[in-house]
Design a protein around this ligand. Structure first.
Ligand code: FAD
Length: 559
C-alpha cells in the first residue's frame, strides 16, 4: 500500500517557475526535433528510482508525478503538467535516478535519451540555459529536503562522519542524517541492521545496502557515481584532479569536442572547494563560496560531455609507452593520448582536529595584501621557520600590531635566509618564539584564541589571537608520477621554459621542438595549477592554466 506522506514540497517552494518552467510551443517543437513522441498510460512508471537509464521527458498531454519511494511510503515531490519536463542533474552525469517518475494521467510525451539531451543543451543556448537552471535548482531542493537515496547515521564528534558528510555534500548528493548523539529511538534501527558503535558512521544506501564506516570509493560505488563511464577506450585527454585547474581544462576540452575523462580522488573543487568565500575571483564582486564555484564548474564540464570519475585516485602514470596509461586506486587503468596533471598541493597543517574549521576564518596559508587588511592593528601568529614564514612575518609587521613567529626548533639559522633573520631581529613588532608549537585553536565562527606549548618547559600559553598564518609549506600532489616528469627542488613539476637543457637530456626528451608552455619533460603530459612549479597559488591562475593547456593539446593531437 502506498501513502502520500508529504504535500508538494517542491512545487510550492519559491522560484517554482524557474524550477518547473512552462515551455512555449516553439521550444517544444525544437525539443521534439531531437527526440521521439510516445504515449503514456496512467500509472505507468516512466523511470524507476535507482534506474540506470534515465530518459528526459517533455509532457505534451497528461501528467507525470515525481515520487520519492521509501519502503511502502511515497513522498510526492512534484507534478509535471503539459509544457513541463522531467529530470535533474544526474541526467548529465549519467548517474542512477534518485526519484520515480510515473504517469498520473494518460497522455503523450516527447522522449530524449541522455545523448540527445546533451546535444540539445549544447546546441540550443536558450533551452540549454532553461533546462540547466531547472536541473540545478531541482537538485538544490532535493538536497535541502534530504530527498536522496542515502541515510547517514553518525556522530558529529566522529571524524569519519564528518568525512562522509563532506564527501556527499561536495558531490552534491542529497542525504538524510540521523544524529546518534541526539536520537534516542535510533537504537532499534541499529539493532535491526546489527550495527555496533564501532561501525559508525553507517550509511544506508538505496534503502538496502548497509555500509559500515565506508571509504569514499565504497560510497561512490554504491551510489553509482561512475557507472556511466567507459574505462576501456583511449581518451584524447585524461585530466588528473578536479580542482579549479582540472575543471577548467575539462570545460575547455569538452566544449572544443575532445573526448575527456577527469579522475578525482575525492570530490570536485579541490582546495578551492573548502574556501568559505573567494573574494578575488574575477566576476564575483560579492565573492563566491568555493563549493558553489566548484559545483557550477562541475555541472558546466558535464554539460559539455566531460566525464568525471569520483573517488578515483590516480595511483601511477605508466609513461614508458604510448598511449599513456593511468593506474587507479582500484588497480584498473585508463588510457590517454595526452594527460593533464592538475593534482594541486596540500598545505602542511598542525595535527589539530579543528584547523579546517577556521580556514579563511582566522587560519590562512598565504599572507597577501588581502589578509594583511584583515588583521590590521591586531596581533597575529606566523607558524614556520622557512623563508615563506620570514617573508610573511616581515610583510605582516607593516600593518599588524605584533607578529609572533612560532618555530618548533631552537632558532631560524638552519631554515631561513640570513637577510630575513636580520629583518626579523631588527623589527620591534616581531617576537620570535622558539621551541613553540600550537596545541589548540578555539572560537565559534571565527578563531578567537590560540594555545601554544613551550616544548622545553611544557607549559601552555593562551592568547586571545584571531589570526594564524600557517607557513609550513605545501606538498605537491606528485607522488603518483613516480619519476615520469622532472620536478623542481621543492617537488613541484617543471614545465615549458623552466625545463633546462639538462632536465630535457636527463628525461630523454625525444622531439626536435622544445616543450610547449605548461608541457612537462614528458611529451603530451601537461601540468597546470598549484602542482606546477612557479604557479601563483590562486584560483584564477589555476583556471587560466587549465584553459590554456587545451590549445596545446589540440596542437599535439594534430602533430
Ligand atoms: C582554505 C583555502 C582558501 C583559499 N582561498 C583562496 C581565495 O580566496 N582566492 C584564491 O585565489 N585562492 C584561494 N586558495 C587557493 C586556491 O584554492 C588554489 O590555488 C586552487 O584551488 C588550486 O587549484 P588546483 O586545481 O591547481 O589544485 P587543487 O585545488 O589542489 O585541486 C587538486 C585536485 O586534485 C585531486 N587529486 C590530488 N591527487 C590526486 C590523484 N592522485 N588522483 C586524482 N585526483 C587527485 C585533489 O583531490 C583535488 O581535488 C585557497 C586555498 C585554501 C586551502
Amino acid at each position: 500500500m502506498t501513502d502520500i506522506a508529504l504535500p508538494l514540497a517542491l512545487t510550492l517552494s519559491s522560484g517554482a517557475e524557474r524550477m518547473f518552467p512552462m515551455l512555449t510551443p516553439a521550444q517544444i517543437k525544437r525539443i521534439a526535433a531531437h527526440g521521439k513522441l510516445r504515449s503514456i498510460r496512467s500509472g505507468e512508471v516512466l523511470v524507476e528510482a535507482g534506474a540506470h537509464v534515465v530518459p528526459f521527458f517533455v509532457i505534451t498531454e497528461g501528467r507525470v508525478e515525481v515520487i520519492r519511494p521509501s519502503g511502502s511510503t511515497e513522498t510526492l515531490v512534484a507534478i509535471h503538467e503539459p509544457g513541463q519536463f522531467t529530470g535533474e542533474v544526474n541526467m548529465l552525469s549519467g548517474r542512477p535516478a534518485l526519484v520515480r517518475s510515473r504517469a498520473s494521467e494518460s497522455g503523450e510525451v516527447i522522449e530524449l535519451d541522455r545523448e540527445q539531451l546533451l546535444a540539445l543543451v549544447q546546441t540550443d543556448s536558450e533551452l540549454g540555459e532553461l533546462i540547466m537552471r531547472a536541473f540545478i535548482l531541482r537538485r538544490v531542493e532535493l538536497i535541502a529536503h534530504g530527498f536522496g537515496d542515502v541515510v547517514l547515521l553518525g556522530s558529529n564528534h566522529c571524524s569519519g562522519t564528518l568525512r562522509v558528510k563532506e564527501f556527499l555534500r561536495r558531490n552534491g548528493h542529497p542525504y538524510s542524517y540521523i544524529d546518534l548523539d541526539r536520537d534516542a529511538d535510533v537504537q532499534a534501527l541499529l539493532d535491526r541492521f546489527h550495527i555496533s558503535a564501532a561501525d559508525v558512521p553507517v550509511l544506508i544506501c538505496r534503502g538496502e545496502v548497509v555500509l559500515r564506516n565506508p571509504t569514499n570509493q565504497q560510497i561512490a560505488g554504491c551510489l553509482g557515481f561512475n557507472e556511466a563511464i567507459d574505462q576501456t577506450h583511449i581518451r584524447d585527454v585524461v585530466i588528473v584532479g578536479a580542482g579549479p585547474a582540472g575543471l577548467a581544462a575539462a570545460v575547455y576540452a569538452a566544449s572544443e569536442g575532445l573526448d575527456v575523462l577527469v579522475l578525482e580522488t575525492s570530490s570536485p573543487g579541490g582546495q578551492a572547494g573548502s574556501s568559505s568565500k573567494i573574494e578575488n575571483y574575477l566576476g564575483f564582486p560579492t565573492g563566491i563560496s568555493g563549493e558553489a564555484l566548484a559545483g557550477r564548474a562541475y555541472t558546466q564540464a558535464q554539460k559539455f560531455g566531460a566525464q568525471v570519475m569520483i573517488a578515483a585516485g590516480a595511483k601511477r602514470l605508466v609513461c614508458d609507452r604510448k598511449p599513456y596509461a593511468i593506474e587507479l586506486d582500484d588497480n584498473t587503468r585508463v588510457q590517454a593520448l595526452t594527460v593533464i596533471v592538475a593534482t594541486g598541493a596540500s598545505y602542511r597543517k598542525p595535527p589539530i582536529q579543528n584547523v579546517v574549521l577556521f580556514e579563511n576564518a582566522g587560519v590562512y596559508y598565504c599572507a597577501t595584501f588581502m589578509e594583511a587588511q584583515l588583521c590590521r592593528n591586531e596581533e597575529v601568529v606566523v607558524v614556520g621557520g622557512g623563508n615563506s614564514a620570514g617573508q610573511a612575518a616581515v610583510f605582516l609587521a607593516q600593518t599588524a600590531k605584533r607578529v609572533h613567529v612560532l618555530v618548533r626548533g631552537s632558532g631560524l639559522a638552519e631554515s631561513m635566509s640570513r637577510y630575513l633573520i636580520r629583518r626579523i631581529e631588527q623589527n620591534p613588532a616581531i617576537v620570535l618564539r622558539t621551541n613553540a608549537e600550537i596545541v589548540a585553536l578555539e572560537g565559534n565562527d571565527h578563531l578567537e584564541r590560540v594555545r601554544w606549548r613551550n616544548n622545553q618547559g611544557n607549559d601552555i600559553e593562551t592568547h586571545d589571537l584571531r589570526h594564524v598564518f600557517l607557513m609550513t609549506g605545501a606538498v605537491a600532489g606528485t607522488q603518483w608520477l613516480d619519476g615520469c616528469v622532472a620536478l623542481d627542488a621543492n617537488g613541484f613539476i617543471k614545465t615549458g621554459p623552466d625545463l633546462s637543457e639538462d632536465d630535457l637530456a636527463a628525461a630523454h626528451w625525444p622531439l626536435t621542438r622544445p616543450p610547449h608552455l605548461l608541457e612537462t619533460s614528458l611529451p603530451g603530459v601537461f601540468a597546470v595549477g598549484d602542482v606546477r612549479g612557479g604557479n601563483i597559488k590562486r584560483v584564477a591562475s589555476a583556471v587560466g592554466e587549465g584553459s590554456i593547456s587545451i590549445s596545446f593539446i589540440h596542437q599535439l593531437l594534430h602533430e
